[in-house]
Design a protein around this ligand. Structure first.
Ligand code: COA
Length: 175
């Protein structure tokens, strides 16, 4: 299990921005950005539940003292799950989301990361491009997954060793 005490993320974001773990004091600013980013935003209670869960992380990126972005993710059994990654509209395309993802990968890799998983709206070209840059591949599609009927793409990242081990297992299973 990935304990909260094990966690100390890099403090550098893009161009001097700061990345750190969120606390309950950050929830109001996070909610402002969340509501600007999503038609169906998470509630304060949802964020609070993630803050309290031992397997969950909620990181924020501060630029010039303002909340530029946040990333909620889980690490469970060597799998990093990207749950919610968002950048405030006026801070986009400056590397905020990439820095938040990189910080999560850095931390997860210290704790035996083997795979990373996420779901993304099929029409969210910007997010898909970001995840591809990190080496995620589309591995599936859930038709009409979202309440408005849009499909979800499943994307996965695997370290090479885990990928090779998986292939080996499948080969021996087939014999
Ligand atoms: C998707 C999102 C998180 C990207 O945040 P961001 O901080 O602007 O992303 P970054 O600046 O770190 O982008 C890194 C790279 O990802 C890709 N990328 C990011 N946004 C993109 C866009 N709109 N179009 C195309 N490529 C994009 C690019 O390769 C970019 O590098 P570049 O700017 O050098 O070309 C942001 O647009 C957002 O919050 N969207 C609304 C919420 C959302 O959809 N979250 C993802 C849910 S799965």
């Amino acid at each position: 299990m990935f304990g909260r005490a094990d966690f100390s993320i890099p403090t550098r974001g893009p161009r001097g921005c700061l990345i750190r773990s969120a606390s309950s004091d950050d929830l109001s600013s996070i909610l402002v950005v969340e509501r600007r980013c999503y038609d169906r935003p998470w509630s304060r209670d949802q964020f609070r539940a993630e803050l309290e869960a031992s397997h969950a992380r909620l990181d924020i990126c501060l630029c010039g003292g303002q909340l530029a972005g946040y990333h909620c993710w889980w690490l469970l059994c060597g799998e990093l799950h990207v749950l919610n990654l968002a950048t405030a509209p006026d801070h986009r395309r400056r590397g905020v989301a990439a820095a938040l993802l990189a910080a999560a990968f850095d931390q997860a890799q210290k704790s035996g990361l083997e795979r990373a998983l996420l779901e993304v709206r099929a029409g969210n070209a910007g997010a898909i491009a970001l995840y591809r840059r990190f080496g995620f591949r589309v591995t599936g599609c859930r038709a009409h997954y979202y309440p408005d009927g849009e499909d979800a793409l499943l994307m996965e990242w695997e370290i090479q060793g885990a990928r090779d081990a998986g292939r080996g297992t499948r080969t021996s299973d087939n014999r």
